[in-house]
Design a protein around this ligand. Structure first.
Ligand code: DPX
Ligand code: MG
Length: 560
């Protein structure tokens, strides 16, 4: 016997979810009970719905998809911010919201957790803008079809979907789920179009001397990481990676030349990309930040763009083909072209030697970076929060297997606390390290308590530079000052009587080294290391990038 809630649970479990994230509320309690009847999935609780959404977003990064269950309006509207993030970052997160009793929908009743009007549709209407599928279930009869449609569309589009379930329908009897293949099987590439696209791309490359591959963040969403390596191996050319796609192409691959990010690229990478006569952009996303205020955007007839389901180049535009099919087929049709590797070997520079600071000297960003480099091993995932952590993160070399997570399109400060929590739930065998600024941490700090509750050994480096430094570089003012907290002391508060989190404040390199030792030995909870640095101690990359972005932001209105 299935109910609407247990049907949903079965589908979530069938698509591979071992957990779902939740914050309780009276419109969802019965649904949560129904989800609990599925013994293949655990319910993980969050401190608030924004964090719940971001926890699911992080879980989807580790696990391919995720679900967050929240209550009507007071919960869902908070979660919407994170769902917008999942949309921007191409992650299939299912937001499930409890909703008013189906008998109330057509009445003149006023209900709690609503706007105090008779309109109960506004939440669904809002959800439509930030998801690829939004359904409302107010009768059990059509629930299977609507649930399957929402999940299938999310998985296929790699975008979030929204399912609203009236609170009295969650436990209503419902049909049993059919084979899961109806939900997870994807539309194949159109074979004729695929052939034509591959032929056109092979021709495009044949006429060029210096091809280069540029990897973007949509590569993972397309599930085409392996196929990008295949094409790189066949071409033998240089491969640069955009910042938002760091780790999507292995940094220990012999053709990896670094991060392409305009003026602040890895030394040598910009020269190779900008000097190429054929940039093959794979899953790339060019916005004002990634182009450094529109100063670095490959375009023109020398650019081929291969996206999740579309391939474009001078005079051609093909759709309905999967990126991985295209890359794999193209690999078999190209010859070795290593001119850009030869060029790179000429322009590359050795990284500067980092000298250890005296253990008692005031902590600097450079000393901190030097000390955390060895922590990044094959089984590590680094989370880099919006702020100078982005630029510090880029400076970390990733050994084979290491992963890197960044939320560059949405850029919500505070994302990394719940997202690293959700990721650690989804990937318990990985060492999760989060790099977070003081300002960002203050938005979502509560989720450290959930890391403690779940005994997750996440290591948080909290860079306390007493302000919104990235904003300082873009445009300074009193609004960029942050009220100081006793960050390390927070852990004691969150631990209460049973937690095993650890909190440290490092004012110098010696204290940092000691704290790192304890963090590595603490397997029963998170370790937060507050690194106290000067307000102006930021990366040169942040300054260079900030000035160009500020210039783009500050363009005067064009005359009408
Ligand atoms: C804001 C940003 O302390 O990092 O390294 O000091 O910059 P740095 P902090 O965490 O400060 C972050 C701050 C205020 N961005 O510099 S990047 C605007 C912003 C945002 N997201 C949300 N609100 C405001 N990105 C939710
Ligand atoms: Mg700061």
């Amino acid at each position: 016997m299935y109910t609407v809630g247990s049907y949903l649970a079965a589908r979530l479990s069938q698509i591979g979810l071992k957990h779902h994230f939740a914050v309780a509320g009276d419109y969802t309690l019965v649904l949560l009970d129904q989800l609990l009847t599925n013994k293949d999935m655990k319910q993980i609780y969050c401190s608030n719905e924004l964090n719940c959404g971001f926890s699911a977003e992080g879980y989807a990064r580790a696990h391919g998809a995720a679900a967050a269950i929240v209550t009507f309006s007071v919960g869902a509207l908070s979660a919407f911010d994170a769902i917008g993030g999942a949309y921007a970052e191409n992650l299939p997160v299912l937001l499930v919201s409890g909703a008013p009793n189906s008998n109330d929908l057509a009445t003149e009743h006023l209900l709690h957790h609503t706007l105090g009007t008779h309109d109960f549709t506004y939440q669904l209407e809002m959800a439509k803008k930030i998801t690829c599928a939004a359904v409302t279930i107010s009768s059990a009869v059509n629930a299977p079809e609507k649930i399957d449609y929402a999940i299938r569309t999310a998985l296929c589009e790699r975008k979030p979907a929204y399912i609203e379930i009236a609170c009295n329908i969650a436990s209503a009897p419902c049909a049993a789920p059919g084979p899961i293949s109806a939900v997870i099987s994807e539309e194949p590439s159109d074979s004729e179009t695929l052939k034509a696209a591959v032929a056109a791309a092979a021709e495009f490359l044949r006429g060029k001397k210096k091809p280069v591959l540029l990897i973007g963040s949509k590569l993972r969403a397309a599930g085409a990481e392996k196929e990008a390596i295949e094409l790189a191996n066949s071409l033998g050319c240089a491969v640069a990676v955009m910042a938002a796609a760091k780790s999507f192409f292995p940094e220990n691959h012999p053709q990896f030349v670094g991060i392409y990010w305009g003026k602040i690229s890895t030394p040598g990478a910009q020269a190779v990309v900008d000097g190429s006569d054929s940039v093959v952009c794979i899953g790339t996303l060019f916005n004002d930040y990634s182009t450094v205020g529109w100063t670095a955007e490959p375009n023109g007839p020398g650019v081929l763009t291969a996206d999740q389901k579309r391939v474009r180049m001078d005079g051609h535009d093909f759709s309905r083909i999967h990126l991985r099919h295209f890359l794999s087929a193209l690999s078999g049709k190209v010859e070795k072209r290593d001119a850009t590797m030869i060029e790179y070997s000429r322009v590359r520079c050795e990284p500067p030697v980092e000298i250890a600071a005296k253990p008692g000297a005031k902590l600097t960003r450079a000393e901190w970076l030097r000390q955390i480099r060895p922590l990044v091993t094959a089984d590590t995932t680094v989370f880099a929060e919006t702020g100078d952590s982005w630029f510090n993160g880029m400076a970390l070399d990733l050994p084979g297997g290491a992963r890197f997570e960044i939320e560059m399109q949405w850029g919500h400060i505070g994302w990394s606390v719940p997202a690293s929590f959700g990721y650690a739930i989804g990937a318990p065998d990985r060492r999760v390290i989060a790099l977070i600024g003081d300002g960002a941490f203050q938005l979502t700090a509560q989720e450290v308590a959930q890391m403690i509750r779940q005994k997750l050994p996440v290591i948080i480096f909290l860079m306390n530079n007493h302000g919104y430094t990235i904003e300082v570089e873009i445009h300074d003012g009193p609004y960029n000052n942050v009220k100081n907290w006793d960050y390390a002391g927070l852990i004691k508060v969150f631990n209460a009587e049973d937690g095993r989190g650890r909190g440290f404040r490092a004012n110098n390199g010696g204290e940092l080294a000691e704290a790192i030792k304890v963090a590595l030995a603490n397997h029963d909870g998170p370790t937060l290391i507050e690194c106290v640095i000067d307000r102006d101690d930021c990366t040169a990359d942040l300054i260079a990038w900030g000035h160009l972005v500020a210039k783009a932001n500050g363009r005067p209105p064009e005359p009408q």
